[in-house]
Design a protein around this ligand. Structure first.
Ligand code: HSE
Length: 300
């Protein structure tokens, strides 16, 4: 093996009521091409100067940590990062780097990657399995960590639904979006979410798409986070008015996600317009749900 490419999907966590629980992989990918080398050389496409600094590059940090975990010293690599997942927009860009670093290291060292290995390395860098697991495994995933161990299950997302993702032109860090959350919540709000996330999973499984709108409502994070997203309610309503089945913040934001079975472009345009009316420039993408998760290809 002289050269490999690891391709990792973007993710959208939470999907409304499934806060810190659900995540789905999307057909938008970051690619990491790694060649043998004795030094670290990084090129990013498009060029992001900060990421070309090995000390600031998350993928390199994870690659090193994963090599050390396997008892090997990291000597270097020539890395080309093709970045399609926008940074700090609630689409799991960090998760792509973490998953790619772990997978590349295990592949190069010819080691089988277990769930336990993955958790031990990944959680050093990010504590949210609702992003990490769909990026690794693909599809819709429900995940929990209990006594330090991760438990998860993959649910096949219906093929007739697409995700319309609207990406505003401002970044929002997960730290900032978690800082606005309360430490305690009302029992009735917790019940509100448990009911809706259960309904959401049943609605997808039974193809009862008329239930998606109510089941993507949330009282645990979006009411607090929407202060950070100008036009949040207008964007939700604009999407629903032109036929979206359900709408939520994507991950910790700033992107929003609408699930739909038709009118995809009309929904994207309506959401972009609603953001514009709130003074925010945005773009949209119509995406499918990725069913494969991260992949490795040997290039040379
Ligand atoms: N579930 C997490 C959050 C995802 O909403 O804060 C962020 O990575």
């Amino acid at each position: 093996m002289k050269k490999i490419k690891v391709k990792v999907p973007a993710t959208s966590a939470n999907l409304g009521a499934g806060f810190d629980t659900l995540g789905v992989a999307l057909t938008l990918y970051n690619e990491f091409i790694i060649e043998e080398s004795d030094s670290i050389q990084i090129e990013t496409v498009p060029k992001i100067k900060e990421l070309e600094n090995p000390d600031k590059n998350l993928f390199v940090k994870v690659l090193k940590a994963a090599c050390e975990y396997n008892g090997n010293e990291f000597h270097g690599a020539k890395i080309t990062q093709i970045i399609n997942v926008p940074v700090a927009r609630g689409l799991g860009s960090s998760a792509t780097a973490i998953v790619a670093g772990i997978i590349a290291s295990f592949f190069v060292n010819n080691k089988t990657l277990t769930d336990e290995d993955f958790s031990k390395i990944a959680y050093q860098f990010e504590s949210h399995p609702d992003n990490l697991l769909p990026a690794w495994k693909g599809n819709l995933i429900t995940a929990t960590v209990d006594n330090g161990k991760t438990y998860y299950s993959q649910i096949d997302f219906p093929d007739d639904l697409k995700a319309v993702v609207v990406i505003p032109d401002f970044e929002l860090s997960t730290e900032e979006a978690r800082r606005v959350l309360p430490k305690e919540v009302f029992l009735e709000d917790a019940i509100f979410n448990i009911q809706r996330v259960s309904l959401f999973l049943a609605a997808l499984t039974n193809k009862q798409y008329d239930l998606l709108k109510v089941s993507m409502n949330d009282k645990l994070h979006q009411p607090y986070r929407k202060k950070l997203i100008p036009g949040f309610d207008y964007v939700v309503n604009a999407a629903l008015e032109v036929g979206a089945l359900g709408v939520s913040l994507s991950g910790a934001g700033s992107s929003m996600i609408a699930l739909a079975d038709k009118n995809f472009d009309a929904i994207g345009k309506a959401m972009v317009e609603a953001f514009k009316n709130a003074g925010v420039n945005a773009t949209y993408k119509v995406l499918d749900i990725d069913k494969r998760g991260a992949t490795v290809e040997v290039l040379a």
